[in-house]
Write a protein that binds this ligand. Sequence first.
Ligand code: 5GP
Length: 183
Amino acid sequence: MSKIISDDIDHVLLSEEQIETRCKELAAAIEKDYEDRHITPIVVGMLKGSVPFMAELIKYFRHPIEIDFISVSSYQGTESVGDVKIDKDMDLSSKGKNVLIVEDIVDTGRTLREVKKLFYNKGAEDVKIVALLDKPERRVVDIQADYIGFTIPNEFVVGYGLDYNQRYRNLPYIGVLKPEVYA
Ligand code: 5GP
């Protein structure tokens, strides 16, 4: 019989239920902040890792939002500089808008620092970040997500959008791969 992806998981770090519950809490907190300011945000998912998280999160907003996606990658060989290149830009304009960036995980923080700058350069009024996961031990630049689902230890995780060599994004939970998968 052919192998299924869950066979490669050593242990589950966050279950589907835990993620769902946390998404409800995050949506309520985020919505309250925007509602207090009478704002309709553009919720912008960072492809591809944010897709399952974004889909879960936006179900719980009761007020109007707009959604869009952006895909960025680091310039090759300039990891320490941290510049990003836009592989797929948004369809909507962010000029004068309140942007909520949806990210799978904040690791070194380089990507988000650059993306945040990018939105301000495009004339966004305000840029906030919601990240499903935060790995503060790995941070090399001073950036904080405004809303965080879970703070996790310095471990490489997959599932719920997160990949290893483009696989495992479709796992419905966050897990750690068996060491032999990397061998
Ligand atoms: P940063 O610029 O914060 O270092 O990069 C964040 C990106 O690195 C994430 O969007 C994600 O694609 C990738 N990344 C960081 N940590 C992990 C991890 O534990 N698992 C996976 N699959 N990707 C990660």
